[in-house]
Ligand binder design. Structure first.
Ligand code: 5GP
Length: 189
């Protein structure tokens, strides 16, 4: 996706250790015009599937997910990164955080994810795939069906993409980065 890649080159900040900061347009401050274009691209790639619900994980996935849900006129539900005491019918599993290097519980209510649901999962980054694999487990646990996973940015030098594709998950990433270093961002194509 050309405009996304150009924006990453213009405003993204890359660091040694393979970290990309996109907090001026995706992760903290958000550009809704770019976010709309991202959602249009997700619709182009997944819109032919019989999806009835968009699922994401708080917090950075919510913006692209709600834009995609708006365009497809489908409900959007975000997985929580802690189990609130007030949640009705929770289903939960454990995930590992890449950025914080620790395990945490992710949780969703069965009221909003169950055997009636055919899900498209949307998130900002695919790195090692831990968050996505935990969501895949959660979707299974809830009895729903996962039809696809869409990421704004895939860091293809990490193994998340391979792990998901090995599980036969239908993965689409709008910008694939094969190399990331201090002030160096190299896309796959
Ligand atoms: P994974 O579970 O695939 O290893 O990582 C997924 C999550 O880690 C993403 O949703 C994102 O929040 C965070 N993450 C991983 N790599 C990066 C990165 O290079 N930059 C930023 N901003 N977040 C990242």
């Amino acid at each position: 996706m050309k405009i996304l890649k150009n924006r990453i080159l213009k405003d993204g900040k890359s660091f040694d250790g393979g970290i990309l900061k996109v907090d001026s347009f995706i992760n903290h401050q958000m550009d809704p015009i770019l976010m709309k274009s991202i959602a249009v691209e997700f619709v182009r790639r997944f819109g032919n599937l019989p999806i009835n619900k968009i699922v994401t994980i708080e917090a950075s996935g919510i913006a692209p997910a709600i834009m995609t849900g708006y365009l497809l006129e489908l409900p959007v539900v975000f997985v929580k990164k802690a189990e609130p005491k007030t949640m009705v019918n929770p289903v939960s599993t454990t995930a590992h955080s890449f950025t914080k290097d620790r395990d945490y519980t992710i949780c969703i209510s069965r009221d909003f994810l169950n055997e009636n649901d055919k899900v498209l999962f949307i998130d900002d980054f695919l790195a090692n795939g831990n968050a996505a694999i935990a969501v895949n487990n959660l979707v299974k646990e809830a009895g729903a069906e996962l039809l696809g996973m869409g990421f704004i940015i895939e860091k293809s030098f990490q193994d998340g993409g391979d792990r998901l594709r090995e599980l036969d998950i239908n993965v689409e990433s709008l910008a694939k980065i094969k190399e990331l270093g201090n002030n160096k961002i190299i896309f796959e194509d």
